[in-house]
Design a protein around this ligand. Sequence first.
Ligand code: NDP
Length: 485
Amino acid sequence: MPYETQPPASHFIDGAYVEEKAGTEIPVIYPATGEKIATLHAATPAIVKQAITAARRAQVEWAAMTGTERGRILRRAADIMRDRNHDLSVLETFDTGKPYQETSVADATSGADALEYFGGMAATLTGEHIQLGENWVYTRREPLGVCVGIGAWNYPTQIACWKGAPALACGNAMIFKPSETTPLCALKVAEILCEAGLPAGLYNVVQGMGDVGAALVSDPRVDKVSLTGSVPTGRKVYAAAAAGIKHVTMELGGKSPLIVFDDADIDNAVGGAILGNFYSSGQVCSNGTRVFVHSAIKEKFLTRLAERLDNAVIGDPMDPATSFGPMVSERQMNIVLDYIEKGRAEGARLVTGGARIDRDGYYLQPTVFADVTDDMTIAREEIFGPVMAVLDFDDEAEVLARANDTEFGLAAGVFTRDLGRAHRVAAAFQAGTCYINTYNDAPVEAPFGGSKMSGVGRENSKAAIEHYSQLKSVFVRMDDVEAPF
Ligand code: NDP
């Protein structure tokens, strides 16, 4: 391996790397070759306890610092991340298999944005003063305490920062458990925060499978849980958090609609559909995987889409020219192949792709099915791979009803040149994150999250502050107390 991928130890606790080989072995596989690039160990109960103890101790002093002091450290960490963008992007590519062309602009950079944004905001967090005649109430915005972050495998650096940055800005401590599939990047985030001056114990990383996540969530010394993962995992984590009446943020899966009207700019719509289905080899929660195309332009859309997919450069993710990489794991590749088989069996028309690519690693062809109907499995279930389902429609009311006919509500998009229709459709979408003539933008300034089964709470933006802090009301009486006896 031309790059050091084996971290010094599996966990990062109380400002230092910690190893405990008694935990289950976690092999880290480079998805582009199938090679093992590191070996880590899952946390034992003793490691989980060590992390929670460190976080609880450190949080008290951190919360007592001023927002300006806390923010300065986060902003310094953002600068270090940007300086090291190349190395961090290479590591992200080894961890996930995503092409360097993507990781160099979308991962550490997005993490740095979150650290900078919430670092800048830390000094502005305040309560308010409420005058009641001569008396008054003031509110204090206080941290929650110890927050647990649990990540999915598609954006390991970004998720570690999107959860860590607002948590720390508000005066909390964070214990982050990455997905066992991509355990490397969060350790670098912890290292960088430490280097930027974050006191020991405030950002801890513990490795492990679902049982480690579950142990963290159910510990009474944990105050909040933020999960990025699938709906079935979300259900379990939400229920476990409910037992302790803990705060939660749930960023879960989706099966989002993307509607292309007949007046849309076809090339932009095709571009949006490509971004919303094939970026990160389709492993993006907010993807617009049900592409409803007006029947008048359907064949034109499909022809242009197939032409543009021919330009995808599939190959070595480390080659900056590569624009489409492998699936994260053999397991995920096989899940997606099963869905492709179901698409065929249920009568969808395969326009392009549909097979594994004959090379090392877990590569699938970008795949498009047309003539998909609402009841087909590939139109109902989240695939989390490079499989686009194109469905026909003729009428706005009809397509809106069909677009919303899903248990999910993460994202939705519309392409049209008609301004009135664009906003009408966006207003009618049952989704937390909507796009007009674009798809899958996720700047830190805007709230991100889902409605319906796709989640609870919002990440990014000022809205995230509400999910990492709580208000205390303090009543102050200046006149005499009136008691009945
Ligand atoms: P999973 O739901 O399988 O896992 C998510 C995380 O939860 C992993 O770290 C996992 O550990 C952990 N976990 C599993 N079981 C438990 C449990 N009982 N208690 C606590 N933690 C547990 O998701 P994937 O990693 O497979 O990621 C894909 C899913 O994530 C997709 O559904 C996708 O839509 C969603 N996602 C949502 C996003 C959003 O912002 N809305 C963004 C990105 C992805 P481990 O896997 O290590 O065993």
